[in-house]
Ligand binder design. Structure first.
Ligand code: MRU
Length: 350
């Protein structure tokens, strides 16, 4: 796996700028943590697990940049860093999960030097754990697919969005390697076109068979009997199983339900938020109107067009056939099964 969205290199955070893909493969180097926060906000790095990893390295970079040995001053400075990262993108819970892990390190370190060292180790751990989680959840997910499956997906949930092979796209990758995948249908994913620009880019590199479709073609394909499963990622899974993911996911879930096609959510346990009771309590990010009125820098809508641009929607738990994690597959009722998987995850991370 050669795609690395985030890397640490001797006091520098390197981020593959996903806003320039697939045309340009540009790696931006950040020696200042503010740049990493801005890269998350601008979606140069995106996808829930990758956002968490980038924030962890950004925080490690901030500690690296801190001058002096005064632990009180360090804690105050790091408090501001945590707040700044927490403000970047509100929906992906992996961001807050990673910040909390980093905060624990600052709370328990005795000296600035110790905190600096341990923060970097923690960021490496978060990356490595995500890499391992992807492989395990792909193993579970692949088993759920019928032979020669045609699988529909949305957004980009691959190596660009995680620390490993991806979540939903990791399952598609592994299913292909095991000869179980006939084809992936990739929804273009308006407005930011993560499917069209990023998922296609990843699949082409590995020769995985797929077809790109516009989002409004999904129902037609399902009605033709050409889809055996829908597999999507997640930005936050509430305690009851309601799931926030890229806008358009809910539409696919409703369509899948109507056509009796299994609808799977794939995510590491770091995306499960037991403190959020249900989908109504998940904050949905609204982004700039230009993402809708423009494609790239080209304006298509008339000037002055009023726009609504929610970046995510909520799929109710009753439309989800199963939730695939690195600790196993959660089945309804999710209130119980997700809690069990999260306890297993806590035990295995000790
Ligand atoms: O706005 P994005 O591109 O960060 O949204 C990404 C998604 O919605 C993904 O499906 C989700 O984060 C899972 S990535 C493994």
């Amino acid at each position: 796996m050669k795609i690395r969205p985030i890397e640490w290199q001797e006091g520098i955070v390197r981020i593959l700028d996903q806003t320039q893909l697939p045309e340009w493969v540009v790696v931006e180097e950040f020696a200042d943590w503010h740049g990493v926060a801005e890269a998350i906000r601008a979606m140069k790095v995106r996808g829930a697990p990758a956002i968490g990893i980038a924030a962890a390295y950004g925080i490690a970079l901030a500690a690296h940049q801190f001058e002096g040995n005064n632990m009180n001053e360090f804690r105050v400075a790091m408090g501001e860093v945590f707040q700044e990262f927490a403000r970047t993108r509100p929906t992906a819970v992996n961001l807050f999960w990673a910040i909390e892990r980093m905060q624990q390190v600052v709370n328990t370190a005795a000296t600035v030097a110790e905190a600096r060292e341990r923060l970097l180790q923690e960021a490496h751990c978060i990356l490595q754990e995500d890499y391992e989680a992807d492989v395990k959840l792909a193993q579970y997910g692949t088993l759920l697919l019928p032979p020669q499956a045609r699988v529909m997906t949305i957004c980009n949930t691959g190596a660009l969005a995680t620390g490993g092979i991806g979540t939903a796209l990791g399952i598609i990758r592994m299913a292909y390697q095991q000869g179980r995948l006939a084809k992936a249908y990739v929804c273009e994913t308006r407005p930011r076109l993560q499917g069209l620009r990023l998922t296609t880019w990843e699949l082409l590199q590995e020769g995985i068979p797929f077809q790109l479709i516009t989002d409004n073609m999904a129902g037609w394909l399902m009605a033709q009997g050409k889809v055996e499963a829908v597999v999507v990622g997640a930005d936050r899974i509430a305690a009851n199983g309601d799931t926030a993911n890229k806008i358009g996911t809910y539409t696919l879930a409703v369509l899948a339900h109507h056509h009796r096609i299994p609808f799977y959510v794939a995510a590491p346990c770091s995306t499960i938020d037991l403190s959020t009771p249900n989908g109504k309590a998940i904050p949905v990010e609204h982004r700039d109107a230009t993402e809708v009125t423009h494609i790239g820098s080209l304006r298509l809508a008339p000037q002055g067009t009023p726009v609504l641009n929610p970046a995510f929607d909520i799929t109710p738990a009753e439309l989800i056939t199963a939730i695939i994690t690195e600790e196993g597959v959660a089945q309804p009722p999710y209130t119980t099964s997700l809690r069990e998987l999260c306890s297993k995850a806590r035990l295995s991370s000790r």
